[in-house]
Design a protein around this ligand. Structure first.
Ligand code: 5GP
Ligand code: ZN
Length: 112
């Protein structure tokens, strides 16, 4: 399958890795929108949040705990934002489920 993030997970495309375990891979976004901006992706290819089912409950909980751990390591004591863009109207451009984690500045709300 021709998937950018599957290639990054396999190391076929280089990335700045922050964390890896049996379930997930975390790496810095190539086009950061905040002083800290990284992505957490499942190693399993799941196209979007709309493709999740009951079997993924533990995975999604795990992703949020990995986010918390990495944000602590990044020194984001004032907070951060976890974002998932889902499919076309959600602004998803890479069709492998990923959670953006942004911090290091005050972030605007609402999104455009
Ligand atoms: P989306 O728009 O799908 O929610 O987010 C995709 C994200 O992947 C974007 O923030 C984009 O900058 C990032 N991205 C796209 N290609 C690459 C790449 O080759 N390497 C890394 N590290 N990030 C990428
Ligand atoms: Zn993939």
């Amino acid at each position: 399958m021709d998937c950018l993030f599957c290639k990054i997970i396999k190391g076929e495309i280089p990335s700045t890795k922050l964390y890896e375990d049996e379930l997930v891979y975390a790496f810095r976004d190539i086009d950061p929108q905040a002083p800290t901006h990284f992505l957490i992706v499942p190693k399993e290819h799941i196209s979007s949040a709309d493709d999740l089912d009951e079997n993924h409950k533990e995975l999604i909980g795990h992703i949020f705990l990995v986010a918390k751990k990495l944000c602590a390591e990044e020194g984001l004591t004032k907070g951060y934002r976890i974002v998932n863009n889902c499919k076309e109207d959600g602004g998803q451009t890479v069709d492998h489920l990923h959670f953006h984690v942004l911090g290091g500045r005050s972030l605007n709300w609402p999104p455009g």
